[in-house]
Design a binder for this molecule. Structure first.
Ligand SMILES: NC(=O)c1ccc[n+]([C@@H]2O[C@H](COP(=O)([O-])OP(=O)(O)OC[C@H]3O[C@@H](n4cnc5c(N)ncnc54)[C@H](O)[C@@H]3O)[C@@H](O)[C@H]2O)c1
Length: 352
């Protein structure tokens, strides 16, 4: 298949592009606007592969996207382009409404116009995969309850509300226009090439540099962590084999509190790259004002994708985190320019 990946220069999108080119026979057209969160260097390993093409463009530009779909004759769309950082959505929700809601609407309309013009087997095989988050379900108490595909939507932040809206649009385009849509909702990802505004890379880089390690509130919020390569494999399974009109929850069954995550990073960094002063990194932890509206706990029941599509996470949190920390130690060339010019670690989204 020739797959159009939107947002392919971002964290998860670039992992999807690398997985498609390195581990499958599919071809990739990566459509990305190159916002602050994008890094084309995340795609260096596949940039010269004949099955990979990069196109700079905006999903809000329907005519441009429709022309691209027709020119490239794509077989499927994997839609990841989004504004993705909850803290930024608290400071400025406008870009989230535009890209995540209006952008998804424009992309769905471009896809519908393209798909309507297809014929025969090509039309029957076309698929639109909308990639979303478990944050659309709101939060869970500190018990053993899990999000299933039937959990009602109850988003808390401007980010998760914009993603919930886009999920509803994608499913409505399936029900109303019969556009062949599949949907997935995934828990928190981590891994290489993660933009250092997010918790895990921020703590790794601050820890490496011996800086303070900010933890929101008491650090008791729980997330279900998934290694990004496991998510990329799951996404390609959903895009190519998922049942149309159906959603799939994706998660690693790796629940950890934020404080546990930060402490594990501290201990791993102390082992792999101790500070010259000998200071244990745990002493750098700072409990700071909590995020407004901070969801307490997310946890995914991944039974459907495991039983119906045969997917299973390969990394545990321990193996995935060690790989991730080693990657940041070995790939200063990727993150140093970002820390110096695009995001230096300042607090975002502290005030509602
Ligand atoms: N990061 C997570 O833990 C997580 C978990 C579940 C789901 N998701 C979803 O997965 C997707 C990717 O997340 P991510 O963490 O890789 O995000 P990211 O912020 O790292 O990357 C987003 C990419 O989208 C591009 N983009 C933004 N606006 C665009 C536009 N108008 N047109 C074209 N490209 C545009 C950016 O340039 C960037 O390359 C998002 O839809 C997100 O909601 C993320």
């Amino acid at each position: 298949m020739k797959i159009l990946v939107t947002g392919g220069a971002g964290f998860i999108g670039s992992a999807v592009c690398r997985h498609l080119v390195e581990d499958t026979d599919h071809s990739v057209v990566n459509l990305d606007k190159l916002t602050y969160a994008a890094s084309l260097s995340s795609l260096d390993s596949i940039a010269s592969d004949p099955r990979y093409t990069f196109v700079k463009g905006d999903i809000l530009d329907r005519a441009f996207v429709l022309d691209l779909l027709r020119r490239e004759q794509v077989d499927a769309i994997m839609h990841l382009a989004a504004e993705s950082h909850v803290d930024r959505s608290i400071d400025g929700p406008g870009d989230f409404i535009q890209t995540n809601i209006v952008g998804t609407y424009e992309l769905l309309e471009a896809a519908r116009a393209y798909w309507s013009g297809l014929e025969g087997e090509k039309k029957a095989a076309f698929r639109f995969h909308h990639i979303s988050t478990d944050e659309v379900f709101g939060d869970l108490p500190l018990d053993d309850s899990l999000f299933t595909e039937d959990t009602p939507y109850a988003p808390s932040s401007p980010y998760s509300a914009s993603k919930a809206a886009s999920d509803h649009l994608a499913m409505a385009w399936h029900h109303t226009y019969h556009l062949p849509v599949v949907l997935s909702n995934c828990s928190n990802n981590y891994g290489p090439y993660h933009f250092p505004e997010k918790l895990i890379p921020l703590i790794i880089l601050n820890g490496l540099e011996g800086k303070r390690l900010p933890v929101y509130g008491k650090g008791e919020n729980v997330r279900d962590w998934l290694y990004v390569r496991d998510h990329a494999r799951a996404l390609v399974m959903v895009a190519t084999k998922g049942e149309l009109g159906r959603s799939y929850n994706i998660g690693g069954r790796n629940e950890r509190s934020n404080l546990e995550v930060v402490q594990t990073i501290c201990d791993t960094l102390d082992r792999l790259s101790p500070l010259e002063s000998g200071t244990p990194r745990r002493s750098l932890i700072d409990f700071v004002t909590d995020r407004p509206g901070h969801d307490l706990r997310y946890a995914i029941d991944a039974t459907r994708i495991e039983t119906e599509l045969g997917w299973r996470a390969e990394e545990t949190f321990e193996t995935g985190l060690e790989k991730t920390i080693r990657w940041y130690l070995d790939n200063r060339d990727w993150w140093q320019p970002i820390r110096e010019s695009r995001y230096g670690g300042q607090r975002l989204g502290a005030k509602a």
